[in-house]
Ligand binder design. Structure first.
Ligand SMILES: [Ca+2]
Length: 425
C-alpha cells in the first residue's frame, strides 16, 4: 500500500512538473493593463466538454478515504446559464484580507498590515485609513476581517478581527471602531473580546465574523497551527479552534450550548482546525463555515450549537508529509461530519451566500474563495446537501481571500495580489 502511494506520488510529481512546463504562463498573474484597472475577462468554460455528471475536480486525491455519503465530495459540475460578466475592477491593495459591504453600496476592505480602504462599487479606492493599534502581521496574522454593524448607516460602527501581539505570543482579538464621516480614520478602536490564551505562532487565527439576526457576532478561530496546541481545540477553557458567539460588547451571547458546566459561555461549537469562512444562510438562518483541512480534507460545515466538528480526532485529510491525522479515521461518535469536503484542497477562505434576485439561479448558493486552488467555488445546496459545484476565475492565477455580495447583486472578491474582481450582470 505504502509502495503504491510512493509510486503514485512520484507519478503525479512528474505529471505536475510536465504540466507546469507546458503551461508556464498559466501560473503567472494576469498582465498589467497600464493605468486602467477595468479589465473584462473572457473566462474559459471550465466545464465545457465534460460529460454530464462529471465532477469539477479531476486531480487525484491526496488520500484514499471514502466519503460517508455519496454527495460529500466531488459532486457533479454545474454551469451557470446566465450570461454574467467578470472583470478586475481594482488593484494595488496591500494584502487585503476581509471585504464588507456598506449600506451605500461601497465596501470596507482590510489590509493585513493594519490599515483599511473604502472602495466604491466601480472600484475607486480611498486612501489608506489609519487608526489601528499594532497588529502581529507575521505569517497569517494581521488586521483580518471586517463587518459593518447592522446600524452602520447611523452608527458607522465596524467590527474587526486581528492578531494581537503581546509578550506572551499573540491571539485572535475582536474589536469595534467608528469609521469617520469622511472615511479617513477609524475612531475609538476598542478591543471587545480576546480568544485566550496568547500563544506564540504565526498561523491559524481563523478570524471571520458573521452577524446573527439580533446583531450578535459569530467569530471563528483556529488551532494556532502548532500540533502541540491541538488538544485545546477539544477543551472548553480556551478560545482556540472554536466558533464563538458574543454580543457587540464582547460578552457571551446567551448561555453556552456546550454540555459542560465549566465551558466558557461564548463557545458555540468546537473541534475546528482553522475556519476562515463564515456566513448565515439567507433563508434558513443557519450558520455555515468553510474550514481549512491539512493535506486534503478541507470542509464545508453546517454549524449547530454545542457540536464537535472533530479536529484533530477525525479528518478527511492527512498531515503534510502524508502521515495520518491521529488514528487516521474519518468518523467518530459525537462528532459532526462535514456536509462536503475537498481533496485536493481549495484552501477555502472567505465565503458568502448569494441572496440577491439579480441572478436567480444563484439564489442561496454559496461562493467560496479558494487560496491554493486559485478559483472561486460556487456550491449549490439542496436540503443541506451539495448537489453541484462550479468554478469561477480559475485562469487568473489569484488566491481569492474573501468574497462579498454587493448591494447591486454582484460578487466582489479580493485577492492576495491586491486585486478586486467583480462577477455579475
Ligand atoms: Ca471536521
Amino acid at each position: 500500500m505504502k509502495k503504491i502511494r510512493v509510486l503514485l506520488m512520484v507519478l503525479f510529481a512528474v505529471l505536475f512538473i510536465t504540466a507546469c512546463g507546458n503551461q508556464g504562463t498559466k501560473e503567472a498573474p494576469p498582465a498589467e493593463e497600464g493605468s486602467t484597472t477595468k479589465e473584462n475577462i473572457t473566462t474559459e468554460e471550465s466545464n465545457e466538454g465534460k460529460p454530464e455528471g462529471t465532477p469539477v475536480e479531476t486531480a487525484a486525491p491526496e488520500t484514499d478515504y471514502e466519503p460517508a455519503f455519496p454527495e460529500q465530495t466531488r459532486v457533479k459540475a454545474v454551469k451557470t446559464e446566465f450570461d454574467y460578466q467578470t472583470s478586475k475592477i481594482a488593484e494595488g491593495l496591500n494584502s487585503p484580507w476581509g471585504i464588507a459591504v456598506l449600506p451605500d453600496g461601497s465596501f470596507a476592505i482590510t489590509e493585513k498590515g493594519g490599515s483599511l480602504r473604502v472602495m466604491s462599487p466601480e472600484g475607486n479606492l480611498s486612501g489608506v485609513i489609519a487608526g489601528f493599534p499594532e497588529v502581529d502581521s507575521r505569517g497569517q496574522g494581521g488586521l483580518l476581517d471586517v463587518k459593518a454593524a447592522p446600524d452602520f448607516a447611523e452608527s458607522r460602527m465596524l467590527y474587526f478581527t486581528f492578531s494581537e501581539p503581546s509578550e506572551e505570543g499573540n491571539l485572535t482579538a475582536v474589536a469595534k471602531g467608528r469609521l469617520s464621516d469622511n472615511n479617513t480614520a477609524v475612531e475609538n478602536f476598542t478591543v471587545i473580546y480576546r480568544a485566550m490564551p496568547y500563544y506564540e505562532s504565526e498561523g491559524h487565527f481563523g478570524s471571520r465574523i458573521a452577524l446573527d439576526p439580533e446583531g450578535n457576532l459569530f467569530i471563528s478561530t483556529g488551532d494556532r497551527m502548532d500540533s502541540a496546541n491541538r488538544r485545546k481545540v477539544q477543551e472548553f477553557d480556551n478560545g482556540h479552534g472554536k466558533i464563538l458567539h458574543i454580543t457587540p460588547d464582547g460578552n457571551a451571547a446567551g448561555e453556552s450550548p456546550i454540555e459542560n458546566e465549566e465551558a466558557n459561555p461564548e463557545i458555540y461549537s468546537y473541534g475546528h482546525r482553522n475556519v476562515q469562512g463564515l456566513d448565515i444562510h439567507p433563508e434558513t438562518g443557519e450558520l455555515w463555515a468553510s474550514e481549512m483541512g491539512p493535506e486534503g480534507g478541507d470542509e464545508l460545515n453546517l454549524i449547530l450549537p454545542g457540536r464537535n466538528y472533530g479536529w484533530p480526532l477525525v479528518s478527511y485529510g492527512v498531515e503534510y508529509g502524508g502521515q495520518p491525522v491521529g488514528e487516521g479515521i474519518t468518523e467518530m461518535e459525537n462528532t459532526e461530519q462535514p456536509v462536503y469536503y475537498w481533496d485536493p484542497v481549495l484552501a477555502p477562505s472567505g465565503m458568502t451566500f448569494y441572496s440577491s434576485d439579480e441572478i436567480p439561479e444563484w439564489k442561496n448558493n454559496l461562493f467560496i474563495g479558494g487560496l491554493r486552488s486559485q478559483h472561486i467555488a460556487r456550491i449549490v445546496l439542496e436540503d443541506n446537501r451539495v448537489v453541484g459545484e462550479e468554478r469561477f476565475l480559475e485562469n487568473e492565477g489569484e488566491r481569492f481571500r474573501d468574497v462579498e455580495m454587493g448591494q447591486d447583486g454582484a460578487l466582489y472578491s479580493i485577492t492576495d495580489n491586491g486585486n478586486v474582481y467583480r462577477i455579475g450582470k
